[in-house]
Design a protein around this ligand. Sequence first.
Ligand code: HEC
Length: 343
Amino acid sequence: MIRLTGLALSLLCVAASACQPTLGECATGEGAGEDREVVFLVNGSPEDGTPLYAGQALQQRSCGNSGFCHSQAATGNGRRGAPAGLDFDVFPACTDEASCDTAIEGPLERLRESQRQTYDHRYDIWRTIEDGSMPPGAAGESVLADDVYYRDFDPDTGTFSNPLPGLDTAEGRRIYRNWLACGAPVVEQAREAAAGERPGGSCASVMGTVGDCRVRAGRIEPPDPNWPSIFARIVEPLCVECHRDDGNPFFGPSDQQLDLCRSTPADSGPCDPAAVHAALVGQAAEGCGGTLVAPGDPDASVFLDKMGASPGCGDPMPLGDDDGLAPELLAPIRQWIQDGASL
Ligand code: HEC
């Protein structure tokens, strides 16, 4: 609550215009601190591969994520004290051809309004980020960061890599500051790639109303029924983020401490696929009970059950995606376990 009061104070501060903080220059272009670097959402849903600008993604993930606090969709307690009308929900208005052509008006209005709010409040917003009062640690922890945005996509293998750092890092704050200073440009629409279009590039023939149109990255391709493929397509991009002991808020004494990487807080490099395999196969699920991966017995494998829509224990994984993973992604994992879950 004290932290939320911080925002109210900032607003007073601006009303009095006595203490305008500096946001600095807008740097554009590659290397200069790109304001339009494209990142791709990955959360195991049909929206996978949706492009956003990096600053847009940071705001989306940290301020409301279409569901809490500064989101138009949040009302009453869901706002957790965020003032009514102060909406910063900047997810693209549509994510594929069908929704862009038929159902864009309402979402576009939401995007337009949130972008305006962001621009009007850019100094307060930056102040609260800089002084650490936003995003509010305690109140926000339970809802933050359940979507991951990746900076790179390899169309040949269909894999995402290089996660976008959060606002709790200097790099994340640098990106976000520059995005605010550049006027908070947004990706308004996302379209499937046409022949010759590259993921993240501009859509050839679409003019946006409040922002740009960018080409989606491919959706997650179902893995092959073997560990290297399952690791690369599913576990590394969708699970490792939370299931390693690197100080992320989802890995704590109150949660099941499934450390897939067997890492220490100091480790930040990629996880070793063999170590993750060893952490799963034949190991006990400490929180849920039972076995994580029981070779030859998919129905007794908590790892598989947790990725379905109605797991026997806790929430569907990856956390934040209420429906679990699509059946076509789960089928090869089931097959792999059935076949003995080898490395
Ligand atoms: C946003 C963070 C987050 C992501 C991403 C995530 N998890 Fe989890 N996971 C949690 C939390 C928190 C719990 C404990 C609460 C629960 O079980 O619902 C958990 C619990 C689990 C458990 C139970 C562990 C036990 O010891 O009982 C399994 C298995 C699991 N997750 C697998 C996965 C897999 C597989 C993925 C990727 C497809 C994944 N998780 C992605 C946060 C996450």
